[in-house]
Ligand binder design. Sequence first.
Ligand code: PHE
Length: 383
Amino acid sequence: MRRERHSGCRSRLRSRSAVTVSKGRDDAARADAQATGGKPDEEAVVIESFLAELAAFRDAASGVLGGVAEGSGLEQARIEFLGARSGRLKAIQKLLSGLAAGDRPAGGRHFNEAKAAVTALFAAAQERLAAGGATGVDGAADVIDVTLPGEPVRLGHVHPITQTIRRVQEIMARLGFESVDGPEVEDQWHNFEALAIPAEHPARDPLDNFYLAVARGADPLLLRSQTSTVQIRVMENRRPPLRIVSLGRVYRPDTADATHYPMFHQVEGLLIEPGTTMAHLKSVLRQLASSFLGGDVHVRFRPSFFPFTEPSVEFDMEWGGRWIEMGGAGMVDPAVLAAVGYDPDEVSGFAFGLGVERIAARRYGVADIRDFYRNDVRFLRQF
Ligand code: PHE
């Protein structure tokens, strides 16, 4: 009833932003406006219409709020009249700017009065309900309407790089490789020396590493530039046979671009067992690639060089009809075995290393690895 009265008033309004309660009434308003020669799309609002709109609003609100008998009804009334997004008061507020400049101060005053009045009516209704409903559990049930649909909670999830790390750990565990960790701040022995990278080797250049400032004369520490450090740490403390995999951060002063970042992650694998050959290496890499990317992924070796493996290879995986460079590998160099106290005549094994970002980018079709670190939830939510 009250609503109808209200809509009668608003049909006199000539404004694009007229209060919209339902489509039917909107059509009526348009028809009415056309009958009186006005265009429904006009921006201008005459002060009389504006005040009538306000009066209707107060009228309707006082009727509803005066008669409301339960918490859910009160909340509905609040949304209808005072709702910040699409409440009727909000809609009327939008009309203010359509008033002639001279009418605006008066319009604003009336608007504020109506707002204060209806807010007060709302508070009074709230108090009335609280007083009446405070006697029992029923009262509380009234205030929170348990039949309304709940608001879904937005759950976070594990970062795609961490997902990739866990997946690789899982696959390698099935092949018998135990997951181990190593420190990110390393000494020269573990990052270079024990890996047969001598002092004069270009890989130790200060421009290619993040050395940490230390007291003069001390052996400078650095942020590890590769996870091969963990090979050394494990072999120093254990005897063969060994099957380990280590996934973690490494640091190199590279300029960030689509395929580089000064911090990234590597997978390091090490297997030390009697009779190990390159064929075992290839088969492990192929199993890892096939399980991670899905399907039957082929692996190929290209001759290469690393100080700590002999022979050394770089390996590619065939995926999506193309050969894609994945990482480096080889048989552990006898010099490395000797450095950790193994007898190179007795033990042998293979090692491999590959970039986590690279395989994650392949798997998920990410063109720019910087996206992994921008922390834009719109990107991260996809994984
Ligand atoms: N550590 C090498 C790199 O960072 C990769 C590698 C690991 C190569 C193990 C051979 C064996 O490029």
